[in-house]
Design a protein around this ligand. Structure first.
Ligand SMILES: [Zn+2]
Length: 79
């Protein structure tokens, strides 16, 4: 993954974004989500922020193996 498409700014270089956190996969049992933090290699949910742009917070679901973005949700625009 070398680019991300911001809902406001369009396609931008990944260097404009800042990774914040990986979320446990939906559907995982609470024990694994809390203690083991196991995420699948083909499906990762992450928080990103467009820090060198509009500062929008994004929840990105992507395939870390290929870098393909599967889904992007705009969370907000606060800093
Ligand atoms: Zn943006």
């Amino acid at each position: 993954m070398t680019v991300l498409s911001c809902p406001f700014c369009g396609v931008r270089e990944l260097s404009e974004f800042e990774f914040h956190k990986t979320l446990p996969n939906a559907g995982d049992d609470p024990l694994s989500a809390t203690y083991f933090r196991i995420n699948r290699v083909d499906d990762s949910q992450e928080y990103w922020q467009h820090v060198r742009g509009c500062r929008a917070w994004l929840q990105v679901r992507r395939n870390p193996s290929t870098g393909q973005v599967l889904e992007m949700i705009l969370l907000g625009t606060r800093t």
